[in-house]
Design a protein around this ligand. Sequence first.
Ligand SMILES: Nc1ncnc2c1ncn2[C@@H]1O[C@H](COP(=O)(O)OP(=O)(O)O)[C@@H](O)[C@H]1O
Ligand SMILES: [Mg+2]
Length: 390
Amino acid sequence: MRVAHLGLTDFRNYETAEVGFDAGPNLIVGINGQGKTNLVEALAYLSTLGSHRVSSDQALIRFGRDSAIVRARLEHGDRNVLVEVQLNRVGANRAQVNRGPIKPRELPRYVATVVFAPEDLALVRGEPSGRRRFLDELLVQKSPRFAGILSDYDRVLRQRNTLLKSARAARTPAEKLTTLDVWDERLVQLGVEIVIGRRDLIERLREPVRDAYERIAGAEHRADLSARLSILGSQPDDEASTDVLDGGAGLTPMSAAESFRASLAAQRRAELDRGITLVGPHRDDLVLTLNGLPARGYASHGESWSFALSLKLASAEVLRTDAPLGDPVLILDDVFAELDERRRASLSAAITGFEQVLITAAVENDVPQELRGTTIRIHAGRVVEPGAAE
Ligand SMILES: Nc1ncnc2c1ncn2[C@@H]1O[C@H](COP(=O)(O)OP(=O)(O)O)[C@@H](O)[C@H]1O
Ligand SMILES: [Mg+2]
């Protein structure tokens, strides 16, 4: 798929913006702090319902305004699709496809992007939550039905935690808490779908990640990934552990559900003590290893960068082959400035075959020549050169 036109109203520092994009590479340039990232963040929002920079929508709405609108005209093959989202400071967001209302969480069915950004380094070096989000966003883009499963799981988890907290406050003995069983069963059903979905996705990513890493960093290193599953007894904080993991390769929905129920039973007292749910996909991690060692504790800065790029390239590859929308729009936000010549060249070679690439840069010369396509110039929240003509 590709985006032909993007329109913004009161999004970040834009009062309004109208931008046209071509197939192939598009370069968005401007000095820092002008709105380059804001522009691509708007498109990415449509595909992930979030931002790679902030966890809440509030910061996306222009300062002093009550709502922001992002509109995009997309081309899916020879079909045109208009999508729109309105972010509201108060009350629920709204979305439309071809001018008909849809639930905002349906938007990723129409828009696929893979964002490469300096923040990706946190995928390798940061907390498990960032890696879970990476997997879940990819899962939703690959199989849109996961949007509902993930949000249902979150809701059940919150309700179960509320129940645990009130039981703790009231000192209810564990055996009297029969309402918990009902929530447990919902948690297990939804949680198993997520655990198995992520496990399969990780399996699917392994080879493309290994290939991408070799391409970027040279063949002498082997990058690999596996799941760390709390339903199999892993705790989220053993990041420096080099234990061989059972990544859940043998799990079936049935055996996963059994392990999940057994771990909940084993943790029940601890859960009542702490008032939170201690097992389930919200406590899992994606473990990245380089030559068998966990990248989080051991990889150098350059290796961590190569790993982060590999994860994104592999995501793009998986979506291209498996996802209903085909090629995702690749968004490279300020990444070339971070890379040496060799990595710039390998990244460029890896992405040139994609249907559309949007690249932001403060310095045009940081971007390899072959990627300087249609140029959009941004200054102080205004599009001074609007890209492709309609
Ligand atoms: N909600 C908002 N309302 C108004 N301005 C904003 C908002 N969010 C960010 N900005 C402004 O946007 C600018 C940064 O834009 P950004 O796209 O990150 O720049 P860059 O061109 O360096 O990528 C800053 O000046 C920031 O103050
Ligand atoms: Mg930026």
